[in-house]
Design a protein around this ligand. Structure first.
Ligand code: FUL
Length: 481
């Protein structure tokens, strides 16, 4: 009794203590793993497609190309990394082996590799050069190791899975740390296959991914994320055009959207609101029409404006962008691609240069338990680990921003606190004009980062209305540009 009394007295005199005891909301399951959260925070990674195709002008090598065709005259991975770093990429994924089976490292398990090419007189190892160059500039290094191998004589036979695992072991033991393993979905068809020159198909369980994934994880640290059409860590977005759907749930039900069933692309494009697993999408797209360099596409490099649009429709919809920039036959990123990337970076920097919230007043409709830990300040503290939250029963709410002076607004950027699961299903944005509030945007999911582009409008009051959510709100940030 005495204890209860002193506790009440304490709460009376020091209400802040009591407020800080308000527990956080219960998670909405499933929730992301730490490695998925870390990966999402990278936002933009680069894909590098480089192999014999660069020299044969193909997109899919057949597996019978002579190793001697691989002959970059001035390969300079340091140049790639400089260009990519300046453009804002955080990681790079290299096609260590594409469908033709040619290895960019001197694998002991095949003759179809860089060791039999003229590159550095057969002593070259581009996986080494690229992973070292990444380390020097603190870019993360990732591996594309094509499951389909049109060179291997044993492809589609039991021995190939061991061959694949041996190559994965070589890469994962000697070139780490590796942040992402990219497992391509193209599997089986015609090929050289050690001279058989035939059509080989595989069954759905041929690769026994479960054990390969265990092996990959055992050879790397916790950070490793694995991409394939439907996970385990990251899913394909269902198109190669550079967008994720406006509604982007991080959750899917891998069993009910099994690889390449009709309608599969649509499901992985939007995710599933009540999916059983947290498997966020990655938007892979090339800066050129093809994945590999072709001189005939030098004039078809995507413009800075188009790249910015892609950024808004991928990162701006809560996904991670994987933009392919293929080196040319010299082994350099081509001047046209560099120009486009520089222009893109400039547009991006200009668009998000000045956050108009500096000096603004931000208020919210309700605060969870009236606790400071969950109040409106958490929205503007530049810390994604703190968040504004509502009471458990409150699945709607409003953020109101008073810009103090009239400003022209182009973008509203919102961040959902995802450690407790994805919640928001619908929200609107309004601005105050002389004749009242006007709706300027309507959206569905929010996610890690949601950039809402609006028709430029001059106003001093902005309101975000969360109209539907799976549970109480947890919003970690808002910015206005
Ligand atoms: C596809 C492959 O077939 C393309 O060649 C490319 O590597 C792309 C990223 O994935 O499935």
């Amino acid at each position: 009794m005495k204890r209860l009394l002193s506790c009440c007295l304490l709460m009376f005199f020091f209400p802040v203590f009591a407020q800080n005891d308000i527990p956080p909301p219960h998670p909405v399951l499933p929730v992301p793993t730490q490695r998925q959260l870390d990966w999402m925070s990278m936002e933009m990674n680069a894909f590098i497609h480089f192999t014999t195709n660069t020299f044969t002008d193909l997109e899919w090598g057949t597996g019978d190309e002579a190793e001697s065709v691989f002959n970059p005259t001035a390969a300079d991975p340091d140049q790639w990394i400089q260009v990519l770093k300046n453009a804002g990429f955080k990681g790079l994924i290299l096609t260590c082996k594409h469908h033709d089976g040619f290895c960019l490292w001197p694998s002991s398990f095949t003759e179809h590799s860089i060791k039999n090419s003229p590159y550095r007189n057969g002593d070259g190892d581009l996986v080494r050069e690229v992973s070292d160059a990444c380390k020097k500039e603190a870019l993360k290094f990732g591996v594309y190791l094509s499951p389909w191998d049109r060179n291997s004589a044993v492809y589609a036979m039991p021995g190939y899975v061991d061959y694949y695992r041996n190559q994965l072991t070589e890469l994962f033991s000697n070139y780490g740390p590796i942040f992402e393993l990219w497992l391509d979905g193209a599997n089986g068809g015609t090929g050289y296959y050690g001279g058989a020159n035939e059509n080989r198909q595989i069954s759905q369980d041929y690769y026994d991914w479960e054990h390969t994934i265990k092996l990959a994880r055992s050879l790397q640290n916790e950070e490793l994320v694995i991409f394939s059409d439907d996970g385990p860590d990251i899913r394909w977005v269902g198109n190669e055009q550079g967008y994720v759907c406006e509604t982007n749930w991080y959750t899917i039900d891998p069993d009910s959207c099994h690889i390449r069933r009709p309608g599969f692309e649509k499901i992985i494009g939007t995710g599933m609101e009540n999916g059983s697993d947290w498997i966020p999408s990655e938007v892979d797209v090339s800066i050129r029409p093809g994945w590999f360099y072709h001189a005939s596409e030098d004039s078809l490099v995507k413009s800075p404006e188009r790249l910015f649009e892609i950024y808004l429709e991928s990162v701006g919809r809560g996904a991670v962008l994987l933009l392919n920039i293929p080196p040319d036959r010299r082994g350099l990123i081509h001047e046209n691609d560099i120009k486009s990337l520089q222009g893109f970076r400039q547009i991006l920097n200009n668009a998000f240069k000045t956050n108009l919230l500096k000096g603004a007043k931000v208020s919210v409709s309700t605060v969870r338990g009236n606790a400071k830990t969950f109040d409106s300040k958490q929205l503007i503290d530049n810390n994604q680990d703190t968040y504004w939250a509502t009471d458990d029963s409150m699945t709607t709410g409003t953020i109101e921003i008073d810009l103090i002076e009239e400003q022209t607004v182009n973008y509203v950027v919102l961040h959902e606190y995802l450690n407790l699961g994805q919640r928001v299903k619908a929200f609107t944005i309004e601005v105050k004009k002389a004749d009242g509030w006007i709706r300027v945007a309507e959206a569905t999911t929010m996610g890690f980062k949601r950039i809402i582009k609006i028709e430029p409008v001059t106003t001093n009051l902005i309101r975000v209305n969360f109209t539907e959510a799976k549970a109480c709100l947890t919003v970690s940030g808002i910015e206005v540009y």
